[in-house]
Design a protein around this ligand. Structure first.
Ligand SMILES: [Zn+2]
Length: 398
């Protein structure tokens, strides 16, 4: 059902698309054993365009020194590389920008200060837009979606008026945000998801993980959504499908999603199907522990190295959604089988990972107390300010 208000919003969005649609921002990390050229191609550049970007870097950055974890940020305008930012560690940064027909590279000299910020977002139409509206870099939305990925489906569960607060490290230079560090604590208050609050904590074995206030882990065997939260400018289709139902007859859930939306493995598993299955189009299936299987249909492409027999890990991007096979529009068909029988993925319960060990609980509580107090303070401040929401139609990308 489309309400008049929603229809007006839809119209406003459609009218605003030409200004926004031409620009695409792609954020990536270099993966293990991946070379920069490959990462650039994965980010959407064709071979010659990637070569031109690498040629521009010559003499400014030695590409052999790129390593996994390095971050790339590309701005594509009408499919052409407009700007490319390469970051290694917290301080070292190079940029390639277009000057007329040429790409010019330079090293950015930065004096960096690490600060801790309280950020409060209020959702208008999406978490991404909420970050922009609050004057933050939209990558913060992606980081927050990642923190809550086991409990919140950011394509389905987010509602207008939901509030998200967080304590996040910011790397700042001369008052300007360079990038975010870790999210130390985050708080989500939503109409459909209720109140969720998580804290980052280091376990005795040295691993960092997120836990809820009572010490239970945020991690589960399965993610809440098969779609990794990302910004895809070619359409916000999913927003206009607020109610998704599991249809027993068609044995899965359809997520309306713009072509190219990243699909991630909801759990660790082994690829059992990776190919064209006619009606299902490009289809990927994974076998998981405990007799569970997941399938992802109508994909536009498979992730690098994803083929039958390969192990994939939870949160790994295994494919991009598409519109292949028998479809009436771009969407991801997602199916879950338990013991060979299709079940509704939307109402499955999955066990959580290990909680904070009992011996550490006192330490955990002591460390989260000041963070919880700061989250509370931030949320009170926002309510007092009660800023009007910025409608999505007036937003533009940086
Ligand atoms: Zn379907």
């Amino acid at each position: 059902m489309i309400l008049p208000g929603r229809a007006a919003l839809l119209l406003a969005l459609l009218l605003s698309l030409p200004s926004v649609g031409a620009t695409r921002i792609v954020n990536r990390r270099i993966e293990r054993n991946q070379i920069l050229a490959r990462a650039l191609r994965d980010a959407g550049l064709d071979g010659p365009a990637a070569d031109r970007a690498l040629a521009a870097l010559e003499g400014v950055f030695d590409v052999r020194k790129s390593r996994d974890g390095d971050q790339l940020r590309l701005v594509l305008r009408d499919g052409e590389l407009d700007y490319f930012d390469y970051r290694q560690g917290a301080v070292d940064e190079w940029q390639v920008r277009r000057e007329g027909d040429r790409l010019v590279a330079s090293k950015r000299a930065v004096e960096v200060e690490k600060t801790l910020a309280r950020v409060q977002l209020e959702v208008g139409s999406s978490l991404y837009e909420a970050a922009l509206a609050a004057g933050e870099d939209p990558t913060l939305a992606l980081a927050l979606a990642d923190v809550f990925a086991w409990d919140i489906d950011f394509y389905l569960d987010v509602r207008r008026g939901d509030r998200v607060g967080c304590l996040v490290e910011k790397y700042v230079s001369k008052g300007r945000l360079l990038h975010y560090g870790e999210v130390l604590a985050a708080d989500y208050q939503g109409e459909t998801v209720g109140h969720r609050r998580v804290f980052r904590y280091q376990l005795p074995d040295g691993d960092w993980s997120y836990f809820q206030e009572d010490g239970t882990s945020t991690r589960k065997a399965f993610l809440k959504s098969p779609l990794k939260f990302a910004h895809v400018t070619s359409g916000f289709g999913n927003r206009f499908h607020p109610v998704l139902q599991y249809l027993a007859a068609h044995q899965g859930v359809d997520y309306a999603a713009a072509v190219g939306t990243p699909v991630w493995a909801v759990a660790d598993g082994v690829v059992t199907v990776a190919g064209d299955t006619s009606a299902g189009g490009n289809t990927l299936c994974l076998r998981h522990h405990n007799g569970l299987e997941t399938c992802y249909l109508h994909l536009s492409s498979f992730g690098a190295g994803v083929r039958v027999g390969v192990h994939v890990t939870q949160k790994q991007v295994i494919a991009l959604s598409g519109n292949t096979g028998r479809t009436t529009g771009p969407h991801l068909h997602y199916a879950l089988k338990r013991g060979g029988v299709f079940v509704n993925p939307l109402n499955q319960k999955f066990p959580r990972a290990e909680p904070v060990p009992p011996k550490q609980l006192a330490d955990f509580r002591e460390k989260l107390r000041p963070m919880a107090a700061q989250l509370d303070a931030a949320s009170v401040a926002t309510r007092a300010r009660a800023r009007p929401l910025v409608p999505p139609a007036v937003l533009s990308l940086p």
